[in-house]
Design a protein around this ligand. Structure first.
Ligand code: DON
Length: 599
């Protein structure tokens, strides 16, 4: 299968781990009564079953979620979710609201919300239309295959931090494009909450204060005078963060549209910033940028319909492949059992082998989309899974060898309105605070997305992903992503779940698990989100699990089956909305901070 042959270790950046090792909520309220009944006419919501988690798991089952009867937004920031609600209350649809949320998030959750990065948006409209907008960054025109190697051919950290790490940002073009095609309001209208938050400021909460504090060495190394570090010290919880430069930038976009960003004074500031630190993004790069309007991956899992993101993200394909493999089993084991985690890990392992080798930007390389997403291919892969034994990745794919590299921000938001429209968006600067470079005069962070290319094919990137030639650096090319914004429908086509995640490759496995917890294990959304998670990405060849998330006997049995078990404090940051009788439930990631708003 693979052409990958050589591997070695890259220096992990200490700051990376911080993003996933997150503060936990405590004091979970007692269970809400068990089942939720289906609604006779209208959306089909199968009855929920009480979940059982391992004794001692820190997020007990049975807690209630926030309910709203008409419209809802869930993101990693209360202020940003509130921006979406403000727009829907003013008559906007879910797309207007998602775009408002996206810009507000760039102000209030700047570690990942952004205008200096990119993302993906999956849309399902009440009239049945669907859309997938790819506003992933692209490699600058002056990018070269070996730009991140030193004179000895060794991989450097320049794809991870500093000016050279940035791809050409797509966020402003993507959000503006989504609004123009599917929204009902003007860019100026939906930008008002973001402009207000940047201009007047907002009170920093502990989550943001922690994020800023952890980013200190990265950001201050490249950007001396940001509002996040007044007088060089991180802004503290309870203080007001005011971003006047950013407010001016957002106002320029409101007045002149995306041109302000790609051709006007904001573009000049961005290019001047790049030139200051040896970056290569030029005005020509910015002028050339356009989002790609793609056909969503449309697949089924049992009687449900799934809509997700096609390449340049690997998310939809890899999730589909994993779910298709699991669908081959006439009955699936109970949640939490040894066999459940074994099958889950084995399915993810196989899907990631294909992901890492076969996927890339479809404008540059051939991607066997039909094959990888077909049920017959999944049937063949299912036959390679031994019920009793783990298969080493090198045995599924003989040329793959084990490799060690620590994985480690991205942010996902989901919005639904009262007209049947739903939007799932994931956006990122790559790891938290991107490249560390803040555009002076324009007030925003730039991404370090170039590291999502196979900067040296066969060598792991910062998430330990070992990727091939398909994803080598080429000018104008989109780097492969794991972002998986997804909308699940019931058998009548009504929106059932809107979700996605942050966390590099764990995005795919985390999103898949929340879907499986709801569709297979019939958990409430809150339980589906709280349930302990696992992750397998082929290489490193290990089954990662959450600390306290597996009973000792299950852990022992998985080891005895040959799984190399790897413990992490927390896996993945998912934000999700689920239909329930008479409305919606929203759950921001229970392992960290988030904002759910609705009415
Ligand atoms: O596009 C991707 O797959 C990565 N740039 C996502 C990075 C990420 O989720 C980091 N978050 N925790």
């Amino acid at each position: 299968m693979s052409k990958l042959v050589a591997f070695s270790v890259r220096t992990p950046r200490a700051a990376l781990a911080a993003g996933l090792i997150v503060a936990l909520l405590s004091g979970c309220p007692r269970a809400r009564p068990g089942g939720v009944m289906g609604v006779a006419s209208g959306p089909v919501i199968p009855e929920r079953v009480a979940a059982v988690f391992p004794t001692g798991w820190r997020l007990p089952a049975g807690a209630s979620a926030t309910f709203a009867s008409q419209a809802m937004a869930v993101s990693n920031s209360d202020y940003a979710s509130e921006a979406a609600i403000e727009i829907m209350r003013a008559g906007g649809n879910a797309i207007d609201a998602a775009v408002a949320l996206g810009f507000a998030l760039a102000v209030t959750w700047p570690e990942a919300g952004n205008i200096g990065g990119g993302g993906y948006m999956v849309i399902k409209l009440g009239d049945g239309r669907t859309a997938a907008i790819d506003y992933r960054e692209i490699a600058p025109l002056a990018a070269t295959r070996n730009m991140f190697l030193d004179v000895n051919g060794k991989l450097t950290d320049k794809s991870i931090e500093g000016h050279l790490a940035s791809g050409v940002p797509g966020a402003v073009a993507g959000l503006a494009g989504a609004l123009a095609k599917y929204g009902t309001m003007s860019l100026s209208q939906v930008l008002q909450p973001a402009i207000r938050l940047a201009r007047d400021g907002f009170v920093v909460d502990t989550a943001l204060a922690g994020s800023i504090s952890r980013a200190r060495s990265l950001v201050t190394a490249y950007s001396p005078n940001t509002p996040y570090f007044p007088n060089g010290d991180p802004i503290a919880a309870g203080e007001r963060l005011v971003q006047p430069d950013f407010a001016r930038t957002l106002q320029a976009i409101a007045t002149d549209g995306p041109r302000a960003f790609y051709e006007g004074w904001v573009a000049d500031s961005l290019v001047a910033e790049q030139a200051r630190g040896g970056g290569i993004i030029t005005k020509a790069d910015l002028k050339l940028y356009s989002p790609a309007y793609r056909t969503p991956i449309q697949t089924t899992f049992k009687e449900y319909g799934l809509l997700s993101m096609p390449p340049s993200s690997s998310g939809g394909v890899t999730m589909t492949e994993s779910l298709n493999i699991l669908e081959q089993y006439p009955t699936l084991p109970a949640y939490g059992s040894t066999r459940w985690f074994h099958l889950l890990g084995s399915a993810f392992q196989r899907a990631f082998i294909d992901r890492n080798e076969k996927l890339g930007d479809p404008a540059f390389v051939n991607v066997p989309l039909a094959q990888l997403t077909s049920k017959s291919y999944a049937k063949a892969l299912r036959r390679t899974i031994d019920d009793a034994q783990a298969t080493a990745t090198r045995d599924v794919e003989p040329k793959m060898k084990a490799v060690e590299r620590e994985p480690m921000h991205t942010t996902h938001y989901s919005v639904v309105d009262s007209r049947g429209n739903a939007v799932a968006t994931t956006t990122t600067l790559n790891n938290s605070w991107g490249s560390g470079v803040w555009v002076r005069g324009a007030g925003f962070m730039l991404n370090d997305e170039m590291d999502d290319f196979a900067a040296q094919p066969g060598m792991p990137n910062m998430y330990g992903l070992v990727q091939g030639e398909q994803n080598a650096v080429q000018p104008g090319k989109r780097m492969l992503s794991a972002m998986t914004p997804t909308i699940v429908s019931d058998r009548k086509g009504n929106v059932l779940l809107v979700l996605g995640a942050a966390g590099g490759p764990t995005i795919i496995t985390g999103t898949s698990q929340v879907i499986l917890n709801v569709l297979v294990h019939r958990m409430s959304l809150m339980d589906a989100m709280r349930a302990p998670r696992v992750h397998h990405q082929a290489l490193p060849d290990s089954l990662t699990f959450e600390d306290g998330g597996m009973s000792a006997p299950v852990l022992d049995s998985l080891r005895a089956m040959g799984h190399s078990m790897r413990r992490l404090r927390a896996l993945v940051n998912v934000n999700a909305i689920m239909r329930v009788p008479r409305g919606w439930e929203g759950v921001p990631e229970p392992r960290r901070s988030g904002g759910v708003k609705g009415y």
